[in-house]
Design a protein. Sequence first.
Length: 218
Amino acid sequence: MSELALVRLGVDVPYEQAWALQRKAHAKRVSGSIPDILLTLEHAPVYTAGKRTQPDERPQDGTPVIDVDRGGKITWHGPGQLVGYPIIAIGDATAYVRLLEGVLVQICADFGVVASRIEGRPGVWVRNLLGRPARMIGAIGVRVTQGVTTHGFSLNCANDLRWYDRIVPCGIRGAAVTSLSVETGRRITAEEVTPFAEKRLVEALEAQPRDMYEEDLA
Protein backbone atom coordinates (compact mmCIF):
# COMPACT_ATOMS: atom_id res chain seq x y z
CA MET A 1 0.00 0.00 0.00
CA SER A 2 1.27 3.48 -0.87
CA GLU A 3 1.80 6.15 1.77
CA LEU A 4 0.30 9.63 2.06
CA ALA A 5 2.30 11.95 4.30
CA LEU A 6 0.18 14.57 6.06
CA VAL A 7 1.63 18.03 6.74
CA ARG A 8 -0.39 20.72 8.55
CA LEU A 9 1.06 24.16 7.87
CA GLY A 10 -1.24 26.20 10.12
CA VAL A 11 -3.10 29.47 9.55
CA ASP A 12 -2.36 32.81 7.84
CA VAL A 13 0.25 31.13 5.64
CA PRO A 14 1.49 33.57 2.94
CA TYR A 15 0.72 32.24 -0.51
CA GLU A 16 4.30 32.62 -1.78
CA GLN A 17 5.60 30.61 1.19
CA ALA A 18 3.25 27.70 0.49
CA TRP A 19 3.97 27.84 -3.24
CA ALA A 20 7.72 27.62 -2.59
CA LEU A 21 7.12 24.65 -0.28
CA GLN A 22 5.02 22.97 -2.98
CA ARG A 23 7.90 23.29 -5.43
CA LYS A 24 10.31 21.75 -2.92
CA ALA A 25 7.91 18.88 -2.22
CA HIS A 26 7.32 18.37 -5.94
CA ALA A 27 11.05 18.03 -6.63
CA LYS A 28 11.44 15.56 -3.78
CA ARG A 29 8.44 13.52 -4.92
CA VAL A 30 9.72 13.40 -8.49
CA SER A 31 13.09 12.16 -7.22
CA GLY A 32 11.37 9.56 -5.03
CA SER A 33 12.86 10.85 -1.79
CA ILE A 34 9.43 11.38 -0.21
CA PRO A 35 6.08 9.61 -0.61
CA ASP A 36 2.90 11.28 -1.83
CA ILE A 37 2.10 14.20 0.46
CA LEU A 38 -0.84 16.41 1.42
CA LEU A 39 -0.22 19.96 2.65
CA THR A 40 -3.19 21.52 4.50
CA LEU A 41 -3.44 25.14 5.62
CA GLU A 42 -5.35 28.39 5.78
CA HIS A 43 -3.84 31.18 3.71
CA ALA A 44 -3.51 34.83 4.54
CA PRO A 45 -6.02 36.61 2.25
CA VAL A 46 -4.98 36.39 -1.40
CA TYR A 47 -6.40 36.29 -4.92
CA THR A 48 -4.72 33.88 -7.32
CA ALA A 49 -5.31 33.64 -11.06
CA GLY A 50 -4.87 30.51 -13.13
CA LYS A 51 -3.66 30.57 -16.72
CA ARG A 52 -7.13 30.96 -18.26
CA THR A 53 -8.18 34.02 -16.23
CA GLN A 54 -9.55 36.86 -18.36
CA PRO A 55 -8.84 40.55 -17.55
CA ASP A 56 -12.50 41.34 -16.76
CA GLU A 57 -12.64 38.51 -14.20
CA ARG A 58 -10.02 40.16 -12.00
CA PRO A 59 -10.67 42.83 -9.35
CA GLN A 60 -11.34 46.17 -11.00
CA ASP A 61 -10.20 48.24 -8.00
CA GLY A 62 -6.48 47.51 -8.23
CA THR A 63 -6.49 44.73 -5.63
CA PRO A 64 -3.30 42.66 -6.12
CA VAL A 65 -3.57 39.24 -7.76
CA ILE A 66 -0.89 36.54 -7.86
CA ASP A 67 -0.65 34.81 -11.24
CA VAL A 68 0.07 31.10 -10.85
CA ASP A 69 0.84 28.17 -13.12
CA ARG A 70 -2.19 26.02 -12.29
CA GLY A 71 -5.18 25.40 -14.47
CA GLY A 72 -8.49 27.15 -13.94
CA LYS A 73 -9.25 30.82 -13.42
CA ILE A 74 -9.27 33.31 -10.56
CA THR A 75 -10.18 32.46 -6.98
CA TRP A 76 -9.66 33.66 -3.42
CA HIS A 77 -7.95 31.99 -0.47
CA GLY A 78 -7.90 33.14 3.12
CA PRO A 79 -8.87 32.63 6.76
CA GLY A 80 -11.70 30.20 7.36
CA GLN A 81 -11.11 28.34 4.12
CA LEU A 82 -9.38 24.95 4.08
CA VAL A 83 -6.77 24.61 1.34
CA GLY A 84 -5.23 21.27 0.41
CA TYR A 85 -2.19 20.81 -1.81
CA PRO A 86 -1.69 17.13 -2.67
CA ILE A 87 1.77 16.52 -4.13
CA ILE A 88 1.22 13.06 -5.57
CA ALA A 89 2.25 10.89 -8.51
CA ILE A 90 -0.63 10.27 -10.92
CA GLY A 91 -1.26 8.77 -14.33
CA ASP A 92 -4.46 10.44 -15.52
CA ALA A 93 -5.07 14.13 -14.83
CA THR A 94 -8.78 14.02 -15.65
CA ALA A 95 -9.35 11.08 -13.32
CA TYR A 96 -7.37 12.89 -10.62
CA VAL A 97 -9.59 16.00 -10.82
CA ARG A 98 -12.64 13.74 -10.56
CA LEU A 99 -11.09 12.08 -7.52
CA LEU A 100 -10.62 15.47 -5.82
CA GLU A 101 -14.21 16.44 -6.64
CA GLY A 102 -15.38 13.20 -5.05
CA VAL A 103 -13.28 13.89 -1.96
CA LEU A 104 -14.87 17.33 -1.54
CA VAL A 105 -18.35 15.88 -1.98
CA GLN A 106 -17.61 13.32 0.74
CA ILE A 107 -16.25 15.95 3.13
CA CYS A 108 -19.39 18.02 2.69
CA ALA A 109 -21.50 14.93 3.39
CA ASP A 110 -19.54 14.38 6.61
CA PHE A 111 -21.01 17.68 7.81
CA GLY A 112 -24.53 17.05 6.52
CA VAL A 113 -24.21 19.15 3.35
CA VAL A 114 -25.26 17.60 0.03
CA ALA A 115 -22.84 18.72 -2.67
CA SER A 116 -22.23 17.50 -6.21
CA ARG A 117 -20.53 18.16 -9.50
CA ILE A 118 -22.28 20.23 -12.15
CA GLU A 119 -21.50 19.31 -15.74
CA GLY A 120 -19.51 22.03 -17.44
CA ARG A 121 -18.64 23.83 -14.22
CA PRO A 122 -15.44 23.35 -12.24
CA GLY A 123 -15.48 22.63 -8.53
CA VAL A 124 -18.17 21.32 -6.22
CA TRP A 125 -21.63 22.84 -5.77
CA VAL A 126 -24.61 22.84 -3.43
CA ARG A 127 -28.05 22.66 -5.06
CA ASN A 128 -31.60 22.46 -3.72
CA LEU A 129 -35.18 22.34 -4.96
CA LEU A 130 -36.30 25.76 -3.71
CA GLY A 131 -35.39 27.80 -6.75
CA ARG A 132 -32.12 29.11 -5.33
CA PRO A 133 -29.12 29.12 -7.66
CA ALA A 134 -26.39 26.54 -7.26
CA ARG A 135 -23.71 27.73 -4.85
CA MET A 136 -20.03 26.92 -5.22
CA ILE A 137 -18.57 25.53 -2.00
CA GLY A 138 -15.30 24.02 -3.22
CA ALA A 139 -12.79 24.88 -5.97
CA ILE A 140 -10.13 22.80 -7.73
CA GLY A 141 -7.13 23.92 -9.75
CA VAL A 142 -4.17 21.67 -10.45
CA ARG A 143 -0.95 21.36 -12.40
CA VAL A 144 0.82 18.13 -13.34
CA THR A 145 4.49 18.12 -14.30
CA GLN A 146 6.73 15.08 -14.57
CA GLY A 147 3.76 12.98 -13.48
CA VAL A 148 3.43 14.73 -10.10
CA THR A 149 0.72 17.20 -9.04
CA THR A 150 0.88 20.63 -7.47
CA HIS A 151 -1.85 23.06 -6.33
CA GLY A 152 -5.12 21.32 -5.41
CA PHE A 153 -8.40 22.21 -3.74
CA SER A 154 -10.10 24.69 -1.44
CA LEU A 155 -13.24 24.24 0.64
CA ASN A 156 -15.17 27.13 2.15
CA CYS A 157 -15.69 26.44 5.85
CA ALA A 158 -16.18 29.62 7.88
CA ASN A 159 -14.69 32.28 5.60
CA ASP A 160 -16.13 35.71 4.81
CA LEU A 161 -17.82 35.24 1.42
CA ARG A 162 -17.67 38.96 0.65
CA TRP A 163 -14.12 38.44 -0.62
CA TYR A 164 -15.65 36.90 -3.75
CA ASP A 165 -17.55 40.10 -4.57
CA ARG A 166 -14.46 41.61 -6.23
CA ILE A 167 -13.94 38.81 -8.76
CA VAL A 168 -15.77 36.45 -11.09
CA PRO A 169 -15.19 33.25 -9.07
CA CYS A 170 -13.64 30.56 -11.28
CA GLY A 171 -14.77 32.63 -14.27
CA ILE A 172 -18.45 31.75 -13.81
CA ARG A 173 -20.59 34.87 -14.04
CA GLY A 174 -23.55 35.09 -11.72
CA ALA A 175 -22.37 32.13 -9.66
CA ALA A 176 -23.18 32.23 -5.96
CA VAL A 177 -20.75 31.01 -3.31
CA THR A 178 -21.40 29.37 0.04
CA SER A 179 -19.65 27.63 2.92
CA LEU A 180 -20.21 24.74 5.28
CA SER A 181 -21.09 27.24 8.01
CA VAL A 182 -23.72 28.98 5.88
CA GLU A 183 -25.28 25.73 4.73
CA THR A 184 -25.47 24.17 8.20
CA GLY A 185 -26.28 27.26 10.24
CA ARG A 186 -23.39 26.66 12.63
CA ARG A 187 -19.75 27.70 12.59
CA ILE A 188 -17.58 24.96 11.09
CA THR A 189 -13.90 25.88 11.09
CA ALA A 190 -11.19 24.76 8.71
CA GLU A 191 -9.40 23.23 11.69
CA GLU A 192 -12.45 21.08 12.37
CA VAL A 193 -12.65 19.97 8.74
CA THR A 194 -8.95 19.17 8.24
CA PRO A 195 -8.96 15.61 9.69
CA PHE A 196 -11.98 14.75 7.55
CA ALA A 197 -10.18 16.00 4.44
CA GLU A 198 -7.11 13.94 5.31
CA LYS A 199 -9.21 10.83 5.94
CA ARG A 200 -11.20 11.15 2.71
CA LEU A 201 -8.13 11.68 0.53
CA VAL A 202 -6.34 8.77 2.19
CA GLU A 203 -9.35 6.58 1.42
CA ALA A 204 -9.64 7.80 -2.17
CA LEU A 205 -5.96 7.06 -2.81
CA GLU A 206 -6.12 3.76 -0.90
CA ALA A 207 -3.04 4.93 0.98
CA GLN A 208 -1.54 4.51 4.42
CA PRO A 209 -1.35 7.86 6.27
CA ARG A 210 1.63 9.07 8.23
CA ASP A 211 2.50 12.39 9.79
CA MET A 212 5.23 14.60 8.34
CA TYR A 213 6.43 18.07 9.30
CA GLU A 214 7.38 21.14 7.31
CA GLU A 215 11.02 20.88 8.37
CA ASP A 216 11.15 17.42 6.76
CA LEU A 217 10.85 19.17 3.37
CA ALA A 218 13.71 21.62 3.91
